[in-house]
Design a protein around this ligand. Sequence first.
Ligand SMILES: Nc1ncnc2c1ncn2[C@@H]1O[C@H](COP(=O)(O)OP(=O)(O)OP(=O)(O)O)[C@@H](O)[C@H]1O
Length: 259
Amino acid sequence: MSADLIIEVRGLRTQFGTHVVHDGLDLEVRRGEVLGIVGGSGSGKSVLLNSIIGLLQPAAGEIFIDGRLRSRLTDSERAALERRWGVLFQYGALFSALSVRENVMAPMREHLEISHALMAELADLKIALAGLGPEAAGKLPSELSGGMRKRAALARALALDPDILFLDEPTAGLDPIAAGKFDTLIRELSQTLGLTVVMITHDLDTLHAICDRVAVIAEKRVIANAPLDELTRHPHVWIQEYFGGPRGRAALRQGAGSR
Ligand SMILES: Nc1ncnc2c1ncn2[C@@H]1O[C@H](COP(=O)(O)OP(=O)(O)OP(=O)(O)O)[C@@H](O)[C@H]1O
């Protein structure tokens, strides 16, 4: 595995009963990049993410993180590895009965042995980093707008100073202005903190605004993984329909105009 790869998936097969989701899937993620993952509904984007982070056991294949084979790690090595990433799940998945600050403190309680006061202080820093004002810290998720909830979930994903951030449809449900601001925030965080970002998205604007490369899942595997301008020339029919359809062309024009 080359040193600039932080994640490498080889020959992944996942299945539920007889339903095969991935078969012979390969994926490479380079250190420090923002990688977008696209594919039709049900093509297995979330299942891929859950396999990489260990929530799902693949039927076959190998997943290397920093050159180390996931399946060969001891429990304590795996726990240490899992502290290195933050995950923003598709629906935010905040604890509804806990304040934003307590939500951000939750992974700290699990993994860090530091005082409550220090945890609260660190949580407030992450909340600010995610672009929320200090008044948000004491609020419940239900008291926040959709965009603010995404930021709260992002603050929690940043709780343990990860070097990889996994985002499952981070801008879904946001209006275009809020989505654009969230994109900018992710780009700034990846640059200032040196984060590697792996992001599932259907949002063509997001792909154009912040992704260095885009991996396309179709036919149970990654059929292409390239910068967008290369990808749009790819002959595969799904890619042509996705990027060459009216929405794809509009996002392309807008992306070109904003660069
Ligand atoms: N726990 C599970 N048990 C059985 N089938 C599952 C399970 N999780 C996912 N699947 C199936 O695996 C396939 C891929 O699901 P996945 O959620 O990864 O799709 P996706 O590409 O993320 O779709 P979307 O864009 O709609 O979110 C789907 O057919 C789904 O029904």
